[in-house]
Design a protein around this ligand. Structure first.
Ligand SMILES: Nc1nc2c(ncn2[C@@H]2O[C@H](COP(=O)(O)OP(=O)(O)OP(=O)(O)O)[C@@H](O)[C@H]2O)c(=O)[nH]1
Ligand SMILES: [Mg+2]
Length: 753
């Protein structure tokens, strides 16, 4: 990262110098040529790209493994709430900058109500007697009724599979936080800032589940750790034990945009089942390239260093079964955190007395401390290496190439002007007519390139669009087929719910069944469908890259030919321009185009929005069941009370739910397909095509300049020739410095590449 930042800053400085020279050129009357203007916007683009490019690092791992502690240790202070809760799936992003700042973004009332209404499908509160209307958290009657219903739930209803029913927990948290957020939340998204002295108040929000459920995004601005650049974003992802699909998907969404994953395992637990499951998921998503493992060790848990090393060996072996030869580092994040707070001092950062005692105690563990310190150091080096190397080739190399191309073009341009100034009117006339022909030929080539590239782009759009259609096809597509098969074969033993039916009645039992089915389906989507989807998108991105790569070669050759002809003409006219190698233009890098055009894969499916038809149908079935009972009573027929008929109704309802779920899933992926196609794939193809075209015309311009504008300059009678010669000479001097620096930088990049 040190090298990365160093080179980046040098690159920015050269870019700025060149931009000044261009500005000088533009300030001379008659010099505002098209190529000069194009170079000006290219320098602006380089600056923007270098400034905005963000390298994303995600800190993940199972619950309470020490992710927040590690992130805090990295930034050298207790900034993130340690030991925060588990209901919310908040990802806290940290962006380096100056001064402490926390930006909290709240959900809107509509989003909150939508969340709640999803959780309420088939919940007893929406019983037919209530009319089953939509819940509105701002309506006191609704809140009181939900409160009442939640308090009536017995333990059996609250706990399923040994965990608290996530929907009930969500509803409870929403209710309990309401009074404190009602003054903040609005119908529009609201952002709240906590700055400097107030910064730590953000922890009260993020750390309190009943407030955190109202948050949509949390972003902190902290001083960058030493050696880290400002273009880095570190995300502390809340731990999840993989059973909550919503958490999984939120993290998945972030992970597909990250360049480095830091996976934290606690030495207290070692690798757990949840870890294996999560790691498999990471692998299935194709994110195996850049992952570092940290065993966050608790010094108090291990008798000796040998004991700790034994655990390290075990973890390496277990992780190695999923990721061959993993990079594992072992250190105590909490010790590192205490140490850096202690080192920094300061009142608000003062280390608590109890913690200090722990720190003193740990310091006595000489062997372990030395091991932890050494591992921390190698870990930091590895992080810096990974994040900088990853983007090196992409960002720096491509922009350096652009700068080099602009400055060489500019140098030729100055040269030609200088030579033309020395000629008499007749010679200039001749030069223009000869070079004008060459210019026409170059323009023609550019036009041919534009036309054929447009054709290729259209065809590619069509092809990729068909791929997307096929992949999501509701009959033959892999995704919908997988899901339909999953739901069809989902075996639910209704008999297991007989007790529930007796204890809580028809609707609450159906609610529980629906919850279980929904959770299972969502988990299936997160673990099996989303990885397939991500891999599919990658494959399409690669296809696009390959197609553009294939055409970039021949186009480059065409330009090279034109350039050769152009240079020959120049030579004949006695205009000396330096020979320089012609570098072929390559297809633009997908990641850079994505970042430049701010394109992201549409958000993965967290939860399928199940239609309220599920509710209506169940209610209908319940009323039929009740009516049959009443009619039988009226007809004085024996009413077969109890489980049998109720169980049959329940079975029928479950069949109905399955059908509705399939419908909702189909609808969901139909929507997803559309947004993937129009908001991502097509936009990506277009952006790549534009970028390739710009790179090609840039290259052409760099060699052939734009002659027609020079004509204006030479013919500009108002401008004294010697004054112009002076200006050009001064521009050349500044450019020579920039060119020399560019060469040095090229050598430096070559070393690091
Ligand atoms: N003794 C000891 N405690 C630690 C260590 N690392 C973290 N802890 C404590 O373990 C608790 C959980 O740590 P966090 O950093 O919040 O864990 P997390 O992975 O962010 O947890 P979630 O985000 O809730 O999944 C906190 O109270 C930490 O202070 C360690 O090395 N030793
Ligand atoms: Mg945490």
């Amino acid at each position: 990262m040190e090298a990365y930042n160093d080179i980046k800053n040098k690159l920015l400085a050269i870019n700025q110098d060149i931009s000044h020279i261009i500005q000088d050129a533009l300030s001379i009357d008659g010099l505002a040529s098209q190529s000069i203007k194009a170079w000006q916007s290219a320098t602006a683009r380089i600056e923007r790209q270098l400034a905005e490019e963000t390298i994303r690092v995600a800190v993940v791992g199972s619950i309470k493994s020490g992710k927040s502690t590690l992130t805090n240790a990295l930034f050298g202070g207790d900034y993130l709430k340690r030991g925060a809760g588990v209901v919310t799936s908040i990802i806290t992003r940290i962006q380096p900058g100056h001064g402490l700042r926390a930006r909290l973004e709240f959900k809107t009332w509509d989003e909150i109500n939508a969340d709640i209404n999803q959780a309420l499908i088939l919940f007893s509160s929406t019983s037919p007697e209530d009319g089953g209307g939509d819940f509105d958290i701002n309506d006191e009657k609704d809140r009181l009724r939900l409160q009442h219903d939640l308090s009536r739930l017995n333990t059996d209803q609250l706990v399923s599979d040994d965990t608290l029913d996530p929907n009930c927990v969500l509803l409870t948290e929403y209710l309990s936080g309401y009074n404190r957020v009602k003054g903040i939340v609005s119908s529009e998204p609201v952002t709240h800032m906590f700055e400097s002295d107030d910064f730590h108040k953000q922890k009260d929000f993020v750390g309190d589940e009943s407030l955190a459920v109202y948050l949509r995004d949390v972003c902190l601005t902290l001083e960058a750790p030493r050696g880290f650049g400002e273009n880095l974003e570190v995300a502390d992802c809340q731990g999840s034990d993989s059973t909550n699909p919503l958490h999984l998907v939120t993290i998945q969404d972030y992970l597909i945009q990250t360049h480095l994953i830091i996976y934290v395992v606690s030495s207290r637990t070692g690798v757990r089942r949840a870890d294996i499951r999560f790691l498999n998921l990471i692998k299935k998503m194709g994110l195996t390239k850049n992952i570092l493992f940290v065993i966050n060790c608790d010094f108090s848990e291990h008798e000796t260093l040998a004991d700790l090393k034994g655990l390290v060996g075990r973890v390496e072996k277990e992780v190695g079964m999923i990721f061959p030869a993993p990079c594992v580092f072992t250190f105590s994040a909490l010790y590192n955190l205490f140490k850096s707070i202690d080192y920094k001092g300061g009142v608000e950062q003062a280390i608590a007395r109890k913690d200090r005692r722990r720190l003193e105690q740990w310091r006595e563990e000489n062997d372990m401390v030395a091991f932890s310190d050494q591992q921390t150091e190698t870990f930091l080096k590895a992080v810096i290496q990974k994040v900088s190397m990853d983007r090196f080739a992409l960002l720096l190399v491509s922009n350096l190439e652009r700068i080099s191309s602009i400055s060489s073009g500019l140098r030729d341009w100055i040269r030609i002007n200088q030579d033309l100034l020395k000629k008499d009117a007749g010679e200039v006339q001749e030069a223009f007519s000869k070079m004008g022909k060459r210019q026409e030929a170059s323009d023609q080539i550019t036009m041919v390139i534009k036309d054929t590239l447009d054709g290729t782009t259209l065809k590619l759009r069509r092809n990729l669009g068909n791929d997307v259609e096929r992949f999501f096809d509701s009959k033959s597509g892999e995704i919908v087929q997988d899901l339909t098969r999953f739901i069809r074969s989902y075996n639910l033993s209704i008999k297991d719910y007989e007790k529930d039916l007796d204890a809580s009645g028809f609707l609450p039992t159906l609610y529980r069944i629906f919850q279980t089915m929904q959770q299972t389906a969502n988990l299936f989507i997160a673990e099996s469908i989303n990885p397939k989807l991500v891999n599919f998108v990658r494959q399409e991105e690669k296809k696009a890259g390959d197609v553009f790569e294939q055409v970039a070669g021949p186009y480059s050759l065409m330009i090279k030919d034109a350039v050769k002809q152009y240079q020959r003409t120049m030579k004949k006219l006695g205009i000396k321009i330096q020979d320089r190698p012609f570098k072929a233009v390559r297809s633009p890098d997908v990641d850079s185009v994505k970042s430049d055009a701010r394109l992201n894969i549409p958000r993965l499916a967290g939860t399928i929005q199940y239609s309220t038809r599920i509710k209506t149908e169940a209610i209908l079935r319940l009323s039929i069941y009740k009516t049959v009972k009443t009619v039988k009573k009226l007809l004085k027929k024996p009413v077969k009370e109890g489980p049998d008929s109720a169980m049959r109704s329940l079975e029928a309802s479950v069949r109905g739910i399955k059908k509705q779920m399939q419908e909702s899933i189909k609808d969901h992926f139909l929507d997803y397909k559309e947004s993937l196609k129009y908001q991502y794939v097509f936009k990506l193809v277009d952006a790549m095509s534009i970028e390739l075209y710009e790179a090609l015309t840039d290259r052409m311009r760099a060699f052939t300049g734009n002659l027609s504008d020079m004509k204006g300059l030479i013919e500009n009678k108002g401008l004294a020739k010697d004054r112009l010669a002076e200006e050009l000479a001064s521009m050349q001097t500044s450019l020579n410095v920039a060119l020399k620096e560019t060469r040095t930088l090229e050598k430096l990049v070559a070393i690091h590449e």
